[in-house]
Write a protein that binds this ligand. Structure first.
Ligand SMILES: Nc1nc2c(ncn2[C@@H]2O[C@H](COP(=O)(O)OP(=O)(O)O)[C@@H](O)[C@H]2O)c(=O)[nH]1
Ligand SMILES: [Mg+2]
Length: 316
């Protein structure tokens, strides 16, 4: 057993970034004892213990395989580091699943300086579904936001995954490559929730990237979201667009009512964790989603899965 949850929480509160690997190891350990420690950890970094919301900006980066997310993150991380911000990236890697590896073809790894103590990057296994967020990833993101200036969650998918990542992120960026109609169709049909920031990759391809940007603007207008920023980036030489992307992400964060937003997210995460563990049947036993919401609404600060579990036990 590594350090305890409360020890790790204390280190994160002191913004000790070297706690990150042990935090990831703990949240990924599937023993009842480790679960207890994770609950301790989350209590140790809850707003009550921190004296306010965790300072880190939690950014979800999602999009279809091959869109250029990992390449983009190499440059985005470098840009944040140039600005002196510390960064953690949790890349939810579908290739860790038993069958998923080959379908994604040629993929980049996020490049970073292994000597850089201000940057932590970890690939974690995907949940059961493509784009599904494991409870471990949610817990890690919540915890690391106490210590890092920016916490990124990279997930694969389009259409559903941005809603899942929205359960934990402050800001969701959807990444699309030029010439892929999916995002456009999803936006128009309302399958996809409007993201906070849209990113068109591969701007070095020229015309076709410009066209993608115009089409997305048009789709956003017809979805009633004309103010959603669309940023074009190139992650290959000549690298471009990353100052704009950082600015767009920052602007979104500045417009958020963070405590209200995070309280809502904590409730959504707790509910998702509960369903992951106890299934829809457990939720019915509890009295359904409404009843669960009620339990969670009763506790503003530490809304966590434990309160739902005790409510379930009480209902039995
Ligand atoms: N021309 C060009 N190719 C890119 C760019 N970004 C990524 N790629 C390529 O697109 C492919 C998929 O990129 P990757 O970052 O692995 O996408 P991910 O699956 O979304 O993480 C790779 O072959 C990259 O080299 C870019 O800005 N311009
Ligand atoms: Mg990738």
């Amino acid at each position: 057993m590594g350090p305890s949850g409360s020890e790790l929480g204390a280190r994160l509160r002191d913004r000790d970034l070297s706690a990150a690997p042990a935090v990831l190891n703990l949240v990924e350990t599937q023993t009842p004892q480790a679960r207890e420690e994770v609950a301790e950890l989350l209590r140790a970094v809850a707003p009550g213990a921190l004296g306010g919301e965790a300072p880190g900006h939690v950014v979800g980066v999602t999009g279809p395989p091959g869109a250029g997310k990992s390449s983009l993150l190499s440059e985005l991380v470098a840009e944040w580091r140039r600005q002196g911000r510390t960064v953690a990236v949790l890349a939810v890697d579908p290739s860790s699943r038993r069958s998923g590896g080959s379908l994604l073809g040629d993929r980049a790894r996020i490049a970073f300086d292994p000597e850089d103590r201000g940057c932590f990057i970890r690939s974690t296994a995907a949940g059961r579904r493509l784009g599904g967020l494991a409870p471990a990833t949610r817990a890690a993101a919540h915890a690391l936001a106490a210590a890092f200036d920016v916490v990124v969650i990279e997930t694969v998918g389009v259409g559903q995954s941005e809603t899942e990542v929205a359960d934990v992120a402050d800001t969701v960026a959807v990444v699309v490559q030029p010439g892929s109609g999916d995002a456009l169709q999803f936006l128009k049909s309302g399958i996809m929730e409007v993201p906070d920031v849209l990113v068109v990759t591969k701007a070095d391809l020229g015309q076709i990237a410009q066209r993608a940007r115009r089409d997305l603007h048009a789709a956003l207008r017809s979805a009633g979201a004309r103010d959603t920023p669309v940023v074009a980036v190139s992650s290959v030489s000549p690298v471009s667009g990353f100052d704009d992307l950082v600015a767009a992400l920052d602007r979104h964060r500045e417009t958020l009512d963070l405590p209200a937003h995070r309280a809502g997210r904590r409730r959504a995460s707790a509910l998702a964790d509960f369903v992951a563990e106890h299934g829809e049947a457990g939720l019915r036993e509890l009295g359904g989603p409404r009843a669960a919401e009620k339990v969670l609404a009763g506790q503003d600060d530490g809304a966590d899965v434990a309160s739902l579990v005790s409510a379930l036990e009480a209902a039995r």
